[in-house]
Design a protein around this ligand. Structure first.
Ligand code: ARG
Length: 462
């Protein structure tokens, strides 16, 4: 029985149950790329600082490259009883190259090693998710441009409120995704500091060069305090929160797509590529895809709360509890990547039923606020009085079973003689939408302006 590399004072072989609980290899094996990259940079630095010989470095570097090959070609399966990816790679290296392999762990601990590997993974995915967000924003902009004049009832409390244009509605989601993008980028920048060289918790007496390893791994600089670095999982919490927030936005958009594709609305039609049938009801076309995107919010929220709870109350520095940091992050990252790819495809292929949207504007007295605003502007009434007079007009329209925009001039006069004939031209959904020209408002010119702002921003960040 060969002695395990990280168990100098443990004399018995671990129980099978302990291994099952203790080993992270089954899930952290996906960090093999980061682990090998970190080890190569560390070994090179050890060599350049004269801590290991050139010969040993060459063997280590070649061995690590071979191991990478072996993993990628499926030759080295990472399914043994090694505790984690770090031990698996180091063990393999020593088997391959002998004593030189045993020098790799000089001036390093698994505590800074795992902090490095995990941070590299998170940083890569901060960028990946940000890129996918930009793609979604671009897709949504195409729709917003096409529909900056398409009317639909803007809602509050899911009740018809005021006419807006569909491009404007879409631009609301673009604004959310823009902030999401910025959150991933700012997390990337805040966390772009290198943990390697912190060793177990206190640094090392070896003459290492953390600046060199940080630079080689494309970090801005080494982290400031080693005790903090091996204890810190903020960077993981940040990506979990940022993903939870994106997924919350995606969930709200999904909910609207689900609602809009019901028989009651039919404002949009999802492509058959993004809908599913029922096993019993032959007529059904179900919006399973947006439902799943909405539903996946649950697991990403769970992953965030999970890691916050793991970290709460841990003493400095590394504690094995922290091995519980990875699975939730892997799950949230994979969920976000898939979600954003699917969302982009689904939204770009959905059909917008312009006429259904515009017809819906004839229900619900969307122009009531316009009438009240008219009474303020033209007649000089205090808003609250105008509000009550408008309420009476709405009641009259309701009693006749029509929308206020369908009332004739006499009807308005019967409620209040101060209402002039010009109100008839004013009470038009498109006129109303285009009158909301205040900054950030729905008027088509303002919507186009918003689109232009975002397009300019995309040029800057791309
Ligand atoms: N597998 C461990 C983890 O994922 C690596 C760090 C182990 N360090 C230690 N001192 N036991 O957290």
């Amino acid at each position: 029985m060969s002695k395990k590399i990280a168990s100098a004072r443990i004399s018995q072989k671990s129980s099978k149950l302990l291994q099952q609980l203790n080993n992270s290899l089954p899930f952290d094996k996906r960090l093999y790329h980061e682990d090998i990259a970190g080890s190569r940079v560390h070994a090179l630095m050890l060599c350049e600082q004269g801590i290991i010989s050139k010969e040993d470095y060459s063997k280590i570097n070649a061995g690590l490259l071979e191991i990478l090959e072996e993993i990628e070609s499926g030759l080295f399966l990472l399914d043994g009883d090694d505790e984690d990816i770090h031990m698996a790679v180091e063990g393999r290296l020593t088997t391959k190259i002998g004593d030189a392999g045993k020098r790799l762990h000089t001036a390093r601990s698994r505590n800074d090693q795992v902090a490095l590997d995990f941070r590299l993974y998170v940083q890569k995915n901060n960028r990946e998710i940000a890129t996918l967000l930009l793609e979604n924003i671009q897709t949504l902009i195409v729709i917003a441009k096409k529909h900056a004049t398409t009317l639909l009832p803007g809602m509050t409390h899911l009740q018809h409120a005021q006419p807006i244009n569909f491009g404007y509605h879409i631009m609301a989601y673009v604004s959310m995704f823009k902030r999401d993008y910025q959150r991933f980028i700012s997390a990337y920048e805040r966390n772009n500091y290198s943990p390697i060289g912190c060793a177990a918790l206190a640094g090392t007496p070896h003459p290492i060069d953390r600046q060199a390893t940080a630079k080689a791994l494309e970090f801005n600089a080494p982290t400031l305090n080693c005790l903090d670095t091996v204890s810190d999982r903020d960077f993981a919490l940040e990506i979990l929160f940022n993903i939870a927030t994106v997924m919350m936005h995606v969930s709200r958009l999904s909910e609207e797509l689900i609602l809009w594709s019901t028989s009651e609305f039919r404002w949009i039609t999802l492509s058959d590529r993004h809908a599913t049938g029922s096993s019993i009801m032959p007529q059904k076309k179900n919006p399973d895809i947006p439902e799943l995107l909405r539903g996946k919010t649950g697991r990403v929220n769970g992953n965030l709360i999970g890691l916050l709870t793991v970290m709460k109350g841990l003493p400095l520095a590394y504690n094995k509890d922290m091995q519980e940091d990875k699975e939730g992050v892997f799950d949230s990252v994979e969920t976000a990547l898939l979600t954003l790819k699917v969302l982009n495809e689904m939204v770009s292929e959905m059909q917008v039923n312009t006429k259904r949207m515009e017809d819906a504007c004839m229900v619900g007295h969307l122009l009531a606020t316009d009438l009240a605003d008219y009474l303020v502007r033209k007649v000089g009434l205090p808003f609250r009085d105008a509000y009550y007079i408008t309420g009476n007009v709405v009641n009259l329209a309701e009693s006749r079973g029509v929308d206020i925009s369908e009332l004739d001039f006499e009807a308005f006069q019967s409620i209040d003689e101060r209402i002039g004939e010009d109100v008839i031209a004013l009470l038009d959904n498109r006129v109303s939408m285009n009158m909301r020209t205040s900054e950030g408002g729905t008027a088509t010119i303002r919507t186009i302006e918003q689109i232009e702002v975002i397009e300019k921003w995309i040029e800057e960040v791309r």
